[in-house]
Design a protein around this ligand. Structure first.
Ligand code: GLU
Length: 479
């Protein structure tokens, strides 16, 4: 039986507060500031009607602003039936800490619409999204310098394009209109690499973790990602990209994938693209030929593996199953997948957790690059790419001139020449910026984790780093 079963299960928002409290108890903040940072500044609730299928349908939406220590505030818009005030406020708080941790100059916000997007066709979704956006835009809750949403669960590039267009229609002379939302398609002001950014960030986070022998040892592991067994829960945008990148590029073995209708297991490793393709065609994993199917997906969370990647809903690892989880390392690709009581149990059992505020920050990091691109009105790399190539060509020409004197021993390999001569395009620059961000943020967390005796886990370290930065920015404002 799970040793956490007797503990009361906190709500998502209580979980975030409990984790925050654990960290501030170890900090020396001026009285009152702690409360100022913890509380959510404001949550706007809107109920609006849209005429659909011959009648008025009423929807409820939210935009919560957790902290305005920096503006604009930033965070996704979620379309799901779970959306409620408690959920958006917890998610908005996580955005504050996430942005502080990766040094994206934003406060924290989050929005949501209580809806099952699968119940409506594309045209209906456009009407609903535009109407929701209209309600938020007219209150400056979507605005390039005040509040900049992005995709989240149930939304994608498609919804962001509608929102950007809606803002443009309502602000026809705003030259920075496109910066009102991120995660847009490339042809509507988006940036290369944003779609896969959160998954890519999970990969970079894992690579950085495996660069530190002390950290691997804490999880009872050695080596790198090559050959590590991984269970992924949720093959949406984040889970799919993370699983694809670590299996195809780092040699990790995805031994199970958990989805809505059940789980697929294959100890030899699953072909993630084939599984994703199957889900798209069959609306679930059941029937997939190259794996064993288990109808009770939640059971598979408790299977043997090196790394567990919860990449879907909050609260999937809770007091009920935390005692049975066998993974040595859990990386929270989703927001809030581990409740505060499960966190307690896992920490006691020595499981290392790479927390959400860091692990899934790749999305907002590349959103930051997109926002900067929109405000500067120029694609990254446009000015320097050819100049860089020309300078590299000079070096290659010179080396080839020397070649003629030194003979065959000095010949440049064609692969080297191709790689060296190619100037960085936007995608490469985005990846480089994301990699640097993920490495730097991890190092700031691990420094606190290892240098303080009273900090035993990465989550507490993450909160300490983030809260310290938010506090510093309030102090700078004279608060
Ligand atoms: N929804 C994503 C998150 O939870 C991205 C937010 C953003 O890009 O602003 O981090």
């Amino acid at each position: 039986m799970a040793d956490g079963l007797m503990m009361p299960e906190p709500t998502f928002r209580e979980s975030v507060d409990l984790m925050f409290n654990r960290a501030v108890a170890l900090m020396d903040l001026p009285p009152g500031l702690e409360e100022k940072i913890r509380v959510c500044n404001a949550t706007y609730t809107v109920r609006f009607g849209v005429r659909l299928r011959g009648q008025i349908q009423t929807f409820t939406g939210y935009r919560s602003v957790h902290s305005e220590h920096m503006e604009p505030v930033k965070g996704g818009i979620r379309f799901a039936t779970s959306v409620c005030q408690d959920e958006v406020e917890a998610l908005a708080a996580l955005m504050t800490y996430k942005c502080a941790l990766v040094e994206a100059p934003f406060g924290g916000s989050k929005g949501g619409l209580c809806i099952d997007p699968r119940q409506w066709d594309e045209h209906e979704m456009e009407l609903i999204t535009r109407r929701f956006a209209y309600e938020l835009i007219k209150r400056d809750l979507i605005h390039p310098s005040q509040n900049v949403p992005a995709p989240d669960m149930g939304t994608s590039e498609r919804e962001m394009a509608w929102i950007a267009d809606q803002y443009g229609r309502m602000n026809t002379t705003d030259i920075n209109a496109k910066a009102c939302v991120t995660g847009k398609p490339l042809n509507a002001g988006g940036i290369a690499g944003r779609v896969e950014a959160t998954g890519r960030g999970v990969q970079y986070a894992l690579r950085e973790f495996f660069r530190h022998p002390e950290d691997k040892a804490a999880a009872g592991m050695e080596g790198d990602l090559d050959g590590k067994t991984v269970i992924v829960q949720g093959l949406g945008n984040v889970g799919y990209h993370a699983a694809k990148f670590i299996s195809q590029e780092d040699g990790a073995k995805i031994v199970a994938v958990i989805e809505r209708d059940g789980a697929l297991c294959n100890p030899e490793g699953l072909d993630i693209e084939a599984v994703r393709d199957w889900i798209a065609r069959h609306d679930g994993v059941s029937g997939y030929p190259d794996a064993a199917f288990c109808a009770d997906g939640a059971e598979i969370l408790e299977e043997e593996c090196d790394i567990l990647i919860p990449a879907a809903l909050e609260g999937v690892i809770n007091a009920g199953n935390a005692g049975m989880i066998k993974a040595k390392l859990i990386i929270e690709a989703a927001n809030g997948p581990i409740t505060a009581s499960a966190d307690e149990v896992l920490r006691r059992r020595g499981v290392v957790i790479i927390p959400d505020a860091y692990a899934n920050a790749g999305g907002v990091t590349v959103s930051y690059f997109e926002w900067v691109k929109n405000l500067s009105h120029i694609r990254f790399g446009r000015m320097q790419r050819r100049q860089e190539e020309a300078r590299h060509q000079l070096v290659v020409d010179e080396l080839e001139r020397l070649d003629r004197y030194l003979g065959d021993a000095w010949t440049l390999r064609p692969e080297f020449k191709d790689k060296y001569l190619k100037g960085a395009d936007e995608l490469e620059l985005v990846r480089s910026g994301l990699d640097d961000t993920m490495r730097t943020a991890y190092q700031s967390m691990r420094e606190v984790w290892h240098s303080r005796d009273d900090v035993q886990d990465l989550r507490t370290a993450t909160f300490i780093v983030a809260i310290e930065r938010v506090a510093a920015s309030y102090r700078a404002k004279g608060l």
